[in-house]
Design a protein. Structure first.
Length: 302
């Protein structure tokens, strides 16, 4: 297929574009400015907030990953997040007529449900503007697919980590990037809320990229699918810190903060995508995720 990847220069978008090329697809990467793209990906200048800049009707597939993603920032600038994540998605949908669309969403649409692991049938109840904006965008994608204008798969991801082609996750508000930054001496300490017993799961970015390829190749026009994508393996925060120390051979000083109102466990039920698309994570063991991330972070040091 000829495929457009929005956000192709981003952390996840780059990995998705790379995997699509590996799978034999003809890939363009939408970028707003000069940026590094994977080998075999052609740059296309455009902005999802400027519809006239988007290539229209040229693609059999679209992977839409361009978005604002930082939860804390979304509380400070909710309208900016809704504009980028909802209006940007609507603009892409207009340009994607007749295409198969894979939309990158998030587990934040679920909020903090008591049922764990979380299945796709769980009620959506986002607790922040970021999650709410992604849910609204999901609805635009799914309702549009039901008209037959596109085929659509929504992928709801949990915590993504790891590295491909030596590229680091630039968001050090996330646990593994911040812990590694502390190990590298780029930050003095890792702040932990409460006792460090909160359980989260982590998916290698390359495994997530493989899920995009599987979804794009499976969906047909008029279809509307939603899948959770995650490893399903939980790890406590203090265990992540220990794993980083073991992998790097360096200490990770921590500072305990008062507990915050956050769920003690957040795990993904990915049974549907495993059963229907045959997708399985191959690189999401925590030691491999950390090794890849550390190698990317320290590339060129010394």
């Amino acid at each position: 297929m000829r495929v457009l990847v929005t956000g192709a220069a981003g952390y996840i978008g780059y990995a998705v574009a790379r995997r699509l090329v590996m799978a034999g697809h003809d890939v363009d990467g939408l970028i707003r400015r000069d940026a590094e793209l994977p080998d075999g990906v052609r740059p296309v200048r455009g902005d999802v907030l400027h519809p006239a800049s988007l290539p229209s009707g040229q693609y059999e597939g679209v992977c839409h990953l361009a978005a604002l993603t930082r939860v804390r920032e979304s509380f400070q600038e909710p309208l900016r997040f809704f504009t980028a994540n909802v209006q940007g998605t609507v603009n892409v949908l207009h340009a994607a007529a007749g295409a198969r669309v894979v939309f990158g969403s998030t587990a934040a649409v679920y909020g903090t449900p008591e049922r764990q692991p979380i299945p796709e049938t769980e009620a959506t109840a986002p607790s922040n503007p970021y999650g709410a904006s992604k849910l609204a965008a999901e609805q635009a994608v799914r309702y549009h697919a039901r008209t037959g204008a596109i085929g659509a798969v929504v992928l709801r991801t949990f915590n993504v980590a790891g590295s491909v082609d030596g590229r680091v996750d630039p968001d050090e508000t996330r646990l593994i990037p911040k812990a590694l930054a502390v190990a590298a001496g780029r930050a003095p300490q890792l702040e932990i809320n409460g006792d460090g017993l909160a359980v989260r799961e982590f998916l290698h970015v390359d495994d997530l990229a493989a899920a995009y390829v599987a979804a794009l190749e499976a969906v047909e026009l008029g279809e509307d699918r939603v899948y959770n994508v995650g490893s399903g393996t939980g790890t406590a925060v203090h265990e992540v810190v220990s794993a980083v120390e073991k992998a790097t051979g360096r200490p990770v000083p921590t500072l305990r903060r008062p507990p915050q109102p956050e769920p003690p466990v957040l795990l993904c039920d990915a049974a549907a995508i495993r059963a229907e698309l045959g997708w399985r994570p191959q690189r999401s063991a925590l030691p491999e995720i950390i090794r890849d991330s550390w190698a990317a972070l320290t590339r060129g040091d010394g």
